[in-house]
Design a protein around this ligand. Structure first.
Ligand code: CMP
Length: 474
C-alpha cells in the first residue's frame, strides 16, 4: 500500500517535471521564432520542433485529463473503474484531435482534409503499417463490447494450451497471469480467432478428479465415503454437493470421477490436490482399495460358486427369520446351502409387480421398500429390513408378483428357490401354515391399501390349502 502511494507521488512529480521541461523548451524555441513573418516565409522544417514540443505538451495534457477523469472523477462519483481499453481509446482520440488542432495552428496553410483524402499512398502506408495494431485494436473493442470475460476470470486459450487469470485487457492484448506466476500477453486479434474457455469469477465452476477402486469394493459405500470426505474440503463450495460417479468399468478397476464446485476457481490446483489427498485418506479409513492394473485368475475346481457370505452366517440369519425359527440346526444348514446371495445397489428393483416368480428372498443386510403402483406414483406399503422376507406370495401361490420391491440402500439378499421350500414343507408341515398367515396379512394390506389389516381365518385357511395344492402336499 505504502509502495503504491509513493509510486503515485513519483509519477506525479515526474509528470510535472516533464511538463515544465517541455513547456520551457517550447517557450524558448518559440520566443526565438519570428511569428510576425507572413506564413510561408519560414521553411516548413523550422516549424517542426514547435509542432513536436507542442504535441508532447498535448500528450502530457491528455494523460493528465485521463487521470483526472478516470482516476478521480469517475471513481469518486460513481465508484466505477473504467477498463484500460476505454482509457486508452480516450487518450488516443483526445490526442488525435489535439494533434490535428496543433498541426492546423502551426501549419495553417495546409489543408489537412485534402491531405488525407487525396493521398492514397499515405493511406496504403498507414494501412500496412498499422495492420496488426488496428486488428488488435478492433478485436479489443469487440472484446469489450461482448465482455466474454473480465479481469479476475480464469481463461484457457485452448490451442495455445495457456491457462491463467486475466489481469488486464488493453487495446493491444490480454494480460494473463499463469499459475506459474508468469505474465503472458495474448494479442486481442488472436483471442478473437481462438476458442477460449472461460471460468467466470462470479460463477460456480466445477472440477473433475479421477480415481479407481478394485471390483470387490462396494460402489454405494465408495460414493458415500468419497462424497463426505470431499464436500468439506477447503474451497469446495457447499452450495452444490459433490457428485461421485462411476466413469467406466475398466479392465482391472472401477473408474470413478468426482465432480465438485469451487468457491474460488483461480485456486483449483490446490483444491484438486486437496481433494485427491482426502480421497486417499477416506479410502484408507474405510477399508476401500485403490486399484492398480491387476489380472484375476479363476481356477475352477468343479465346486459350485458359494454365496457371498459364509454358510454359518447365512444359517444364523435364517434362524432369525420368524417363520424359520422352528427349524433344527441341521435343517437351517441345509437351507443355507440351498440359498444364493445377491447384492443390489440403492434404487435397484429386486422384484417387479406382474412378473412371474419362483423364489423368495430374505434380507441379509440393508433395507428394501415394498411399493405398489398408484396414480400419483409408487406408494410404499412396507419397508423390510434384516431378517424380513419377501417374494413369498408368488412363490407359494403361483400368482404373479403383487408389488415392486426396491432397495433403499445397498442390500444383500438370500434367495430361496421352490425346491428348497418344498423339501422343508415335507418335513415341517407347520411352516406352510405360518407362511400362509403372513401371506394372508400382506394380501389384506394390499387390498385395503394400509398396513396391518387383519385377514380372516377363512381367508388364511383357503390360502393354506391352495399352497399345499401348489406344492403337491397332503
Ligand atoms: P410377491 O407378490 O411374490 O412379490 C412382491 C412382494 O412384496 C410380495 O411377494 C410380498 O413378499 C411383498 N409384499 C406385498 N405386500 C406386502 C405388505 N403389505 N407388507 C410387506 N410385504 C409385502
Amino acid at each position: 500500500m505504502a509502495a503504491t502511494q509513493s509510486d503515485r507521488k513519483n509519477k506525479i512529480f515526474l509528470f510535472l517535471f516533464a511538463a515544465i521541461v517541455v513547456g520551457l523548451a517550447l517557450y524558448f524555441y518559440a520566443s526565438h521564432f519570428d511569428f510576425t513573418l507572413p506564413t510561408g516565409k519560414h521553411r516548413n522544417w523550422q516549424k517542426l520542433p514547435i509542432l513536436a514540443l507542442a504535441s508532447l505538451l498535448g500528450y502530457l495534457a491528455t494523460r493528465f485529463l485521463n487521470a483526472a477523469l478516470f482516476d478521480f472523477a469517475f471513481r469518486i462519483r460513481k465508484r466505477y473503474e473504467a477498463p484500460t481499453l476505454v482509457r486508452n481509446i480516450f487518450t488516443l482520440l483526445a490526442f488525435a484531435i489535439l494533434f490535428l488542432l496543433l498541426f492546423k495552428g502551426v501549419y495553417n496553410d495546409y489543408d489537412l482534409g485534402a491531405l488525407f483524402t487525396t493521398s492514397a499512398l499515405f493511406g496504403v502506408i498507414i494501412g500496412l503499417a498499422l495492420q496488426d495494431t488496428l486488428g488488435n485494436f478492433f478485436a479489443g473493442i469487440s472484446l469489450h463490447a461482448d465482455r466474454p470475460f473480465q479481469v479476475g476470470d480464469v481463461i484457457v486459450v485452448t490451442q495455445q494450451k495457456l491457462t491463467g487469470v486475466v489481469e488486464s485487457i488493453t487495446w493491444r492484448a490480454i494480460k494473463i497471469r499463469t499459475f506459474q506466476n508468469h505474465i503472458v500477453l495474448v494479442s486481442n486479434s488472436l483471442a478473437a480467432r481462438e476458442a477460449i474457455e472461460v471460468a467466470p469469477r462470479d460463477n460456480l465452476n466445477a472440477r473433475l478428479a479421477f480415481f479407481s477402486t478394485i471390483y470387490t469394493d462396494s460402489p454405494a459405500k465408495t460414493i458415500h465415503v468419497v462424497r463426505e470426505s470431499v464436500r468439506d474440503a477447503d474451497n469446495v463450495s457447499d452450495k452444490i454437493t459433490p457428485i461421485v460417479r462411476i466413469r467406466a468399468l475398466g479392465d482391472s478397476a472401477i473408474d470413478w470421477e468426482i465432480k465438485y464446485w469451487l468457491d474460488d476457481y483461480a485456486k483449483y490446483n490446490d483444491t484438486d490436490a486437496l481433494v485427491r489427498q482426502r480421497v486417499w485418506y477416506a479410502l484408507r479409513r474405510n477399508g476401500l482399495t485403490f486399484a492398480f492394473p491387476t489380472r484375476t485368475l479363476h481356477i475352477e475346481r468343479n465346486v459350485p460358486v458359494r454365496p457371498i457370505t459364509a454358510q454359518d452366517q447365512i444359517a444364523d440369519r435364517l434362524s432369525a427369520v420368524d417363520v424359520f425359527s422352528p427349524l433344527s440346526t441341521d435343517e437351517l444348514r441345509q437351507l443355507a446351502k440351498a440359498t444364493a446371495g445377491h447384492v443390489f445397489a440403492p434404487g435397484e428393483t429386486l422384484i417387479r409387480a406382474g412378473d412371474e416368480g419362483s423364489s423368495m428372498f430374505v434380507v441379509h443386510n440393508g433395507r428394501v421398500a415394498v411399493q405398489v403402483p398408484d396414480r400419483a406414483g409408487p406408494r410404499t406399503v412396507a419397508e423390510l429390513t434384516e431378517g424380513n422376507f419377501f417374494g413369498e406370495m408368488a412363490l407359494f401361490t403361483g400368482e404373479p408378483r403383487t408389488a415392486n420391491v426396491v432397495a433403499l440402500e445397498e442390500t444383500e439378499v438370500l434367495e430361496i428357490g421352490h425346491a428348497a421350500m418344498k423339501h422343508l414343507f415335507e418335513t415341517n408341515p407347520s411352516l406352510a401354515e405360518s407362511i400362509s398367515w403372513t401371506i394372508a396379512e400382506r394380501q389384506a394390506d394390499l387390498a385395503k391399501g394400509s398396513a396391518s389389516a387383519q385377514p380372516s381365518i377363512q381367508e388364511t385357511a383357503g390360502l393354506l390349502s391352495s399352497i399345499k395344492r401348489f406344492f403337491g402336499l397332503h
